[in-house]
Write a protein that binds this ligand. Structure first.
Ligand code: SF4
Ligand code: F3S
Length: 104
């Protein structure tokens, strides 16, 4: 399973949505998450994200984001079509502490 991390917050480029063969992304106001029971582990979304927000759950230290993806993919609506990223997505890319400041 692949996991969306906090680097997605307020960047939301949605290039990932376009390439996912099983449409397993779910959309919150400021970030997307992956449904871990639907992801087929193909890995094609990882290199597509300009914010490098998507990682395999085999990486260490991702527990917080694994829980967040599982929780919110059950609550948020499915997204299957790419929309426009926020106007300030590029400025938000390297901002630290986005989860504490902007998560929703
Ligand atoms: Fe979709 Fe593949 Fe990315 Fe999983 S790894 S979210 S199936 S594109
Ligand atoms: Fe987020 Fe990257 Fe997708 S910023 S919306 S995970 S392309």
């Amino acid at each position: 399973t692949y996991v969306v991390t906090d680097a997605c917050i307020r960047c939301k480029y949605m290039d990932c949505v376009e390439v996912c063969p099983v449409d397993c992304f779910y959309e919150g106001e400021n970030m997307l998450v992956i449904n871990p029971s639907e992801c087929i582990d193909c890995g094609v979304c990882e290199p597509e994200c300009p914010a490098e927000a998507i990682l395999p759950d085999t990486d260490s230290g991702l527990e917080q984001w694994m829980e967040l993806n599982a929780k919110y993919s059950a609550e948020w609506p499915n997204i299957t079509t790419k929309k426009d990223a926020p106007d300030d997505a590029d400025e938000m890319k390297d901002v630290e502490g986005k989860f504490e400041k902007f998560f929703s």
